[in-house]
Design a binder for this molecule. Sequence first.
Ligand code: MLT
Length: 304
Amino acid sequence: MFKILTLNNISVKGLQQLPRDNYEVASEITNPDAVMVRSFKMHDMEIPATVAAIGRAGAGVNNIPVSKMTARGVPVFNAPGANANAVKELVLAGLLMASRNIHAAMKFAGELEGTDAEISAATEAGKKNFVGSELPSKTLGVIGLGAIGVKVANAASSLGMKVVGYDPLISVQSAWQLSRKVKEAVSLDHLFSQCDAITVHVPLLDATKGLVSAERLAMMPSGGIVVNLARGGICDDAAVLASLDAKKLHAYVIDFPTAALLKHPKVLSFPHLGASTDEAEENCAVMVADSLRDYLEDGTIRNS
Ligand code: MLT
């Protein structure tokens, strides 16, 4: 009988991959053979010596002490691509919300009071403050052309946007082959200088920390949109706020709210919702449960 410790709620479909005859799965369990986790931060926890594998039901593994586990010979399995569609949809929602000023307009509408006639008059008077712009004439820069970035590129292209791409880890040629919709694979500086909107889909690494910097934001045309549903830290938040306050940048869409960003009228904050769909939670849970089962039962390694 294998014992699996869950540190977050894991979709039932995923747990069904671990047959009850062979697996005991619980949020409290002694001497677990493996851990299943979503966003719980494992860096400060005592990870039992019995743990032989960790499964992250998501793409990013920055909540797991991967180097420490590697030194112990413990593989960390993730679920690359399993939530890519969910993230893509939230990126599109963020782009559309920002370009049509939907967050500010909804706040305005939600605060209207009075009779229907008064609300109607205030609506007509107020709507001039929320005039937006349309996506088809705009260029989107996709930074990171993995499973999510490629889906975003294809979807933005089908909305009529011109899409250029950059990837810090794979070659320009491979990036081009991954998505025919990325019209050009460009250098990072070139991307910033020609894009009305940029979206980041890279992990948080030393190489990507502060990648969206003051210097690069200064290269963007006025009225730009920055979308970061990947990880906090990839954008230099202070530089983004300064650009928003200087009315250079139009909007900042994030999935990791912080005290400094939360209340800013030009920041659209989602509460880490990128992968939060029924479908994505199921896909991720099934993928990591399969990985853990194969590893525990016969040592097969996949997605680690
Ligand atoms: C991811 O890294 O894929 C997401 O952060 C997953 C999640 O929301 O748990």
